[in-house]
Design a protein around this ligand. Structure first.
Ligand code: TUI
Length: 315
């Protein structure tokens, strides 16, 4: 077995693994299944109305006694309301994404909330450490959804060198090999998104799960670079239309209108042709739908086996 990392000590986790805070996918059912499996389950506030977030937090509490987190998507118009719902419910851990978490830290740190921002650069990691973050998730561009520029391979070791708080690696990790690689790069934990979309307990539509399972190495594409908000999705009619419109130089408003509501259409209604099928490059590594607890066990038993194999390569 692995020695406990600072991330496990900080959060009281059996395994050093977070579930990604994926909008519309990361609900109470998935979060509770991951937490009950020994990882950190995460409810994504996304664009949820505050009443719905409140309901999901209470539902998660009824399904698990273990710690779970809420992810606050900072670009969302509902972010401020989400901070208040998290405060009222005394959620023990918050992860943030897609922006600067200053307000989250200011409001929630005095309540004792553990705050773990997702960052995509060394500068941002240093800034949040100074602001009082307890750890960071360093997310490479292999990840799904809204992404930064740097790969996990180069981001994680540079962030690990630059900060003294624990680093969790994200982006491209979907199996035991990825876990070992993340630890080799200086991470003390991993965050996994795409593989948990395909958990039995994930509410994603069957068609969404099937699209991930059928994906290969080059199935994803990044659109929206011209808007300043690049997003990685599985290629479909929507991403092709997006590429055409970006090439034609249409306005930001038109591009935003094309994207509006499309993630929910894919996740909830299963519209995988015209919906936004956000997924990481690791989709090509995801082979089946499995219970979340089984995914976690498999990742870490494979990681252990791989490490022992590596040790045998030493003279
Ligand atoms: O946030 C994510 N992934 C997401 S959010 C999302 S919802 C969405 N839908 C449509 C368009 C855009 C978003 C889907 N996937 N991951 C965490 C993440 N954070 N990745 C990159 C960043 C990030 C980027 C810039 C964090 C901070 C930042 O700048 C901070 C600053 O102020 O310098």
């Amino acid at each position: 077995m692995f020695k406990k990392t600072r991330i496990q000590e900080l959060l009281g986790l059996e395994y050093p693994i977070f579930q990604g805070g994926m909008a519309w996918v990361a609900n109470a059912d998935l979060a509770a299944a991951v937490s009950n499996g020994g990882g950190l389950g995460v409810i994504a506030a996304g664009n949820m109305p505050p009443e719905l977030l409140d309901r999901e937090i209470k539902r998660a509490k009824s399904m698990t006694d273990r710690p779970f987190a809420v992810n606050i998507m900072l670009m969302s118009p509902t972010a401020e309301a989400a901070i208040e719902v998290v405060a009222e419910n005394r959620v023990p851990v918050v992860t943030t994404g897609a922006g600067s978490p200053g307000k989250v830290i200011e409001r929630l740190k005095p309540l004792g909330t553990i705050i773990i921002p997702v960052i995509a650069s060394v500068a941002h990691a240093k800034r949040v450490e100074k602001q009082g973050a307890d750890a960071v998730v360093a997310e490479g561009t292999e990840a799904g959804g809204h992404i930064g520029e740097l790969t996990t391979m180069v981001l994680v070791p540079q962030v690990a060198d630059a900060v003294s708080i624990p680093v969790v690696a994200a982006g491209g990790i979907a199996d035991g090999r990825g876990v070992v690689a993340a630890f080799a790069l200086g991470a003390e934990g991993v965050q996994v998104g795409t593989r948990f979309v395909c958990a039995v307990e994930s509410p994603a539509h069957e068609a969404y799960k099937r699209m991930i399972i059928e994906a290969t190495d080059r199935s994803t594409v990044v659109t929206g670079r011209t808007t300043g908000h690049p997003v990685r999705c599985i290629k479909n009619k929507l991403t092709r239309r997006f590429e055409e419109m970006e090439a034609a130089g249409v306005s930001l408003e038109e591009l935003e209108a094309l994207g509006a509501g499309k993630l929910r259409a894919a996740v909830t209604d299963g519209d995988v042709e015209w919906g936004s099928v956000m997924a990481g490059q690791s989709a090509g590594l995801v082979k089946k739908v499995q219970p979340a607890a089984e995914i976690i066990k498999e990742l870490f038993s494979d990681a252990e086996r791989i490490l022992r194999g590596l040790e045998n390569r030493l003279e």
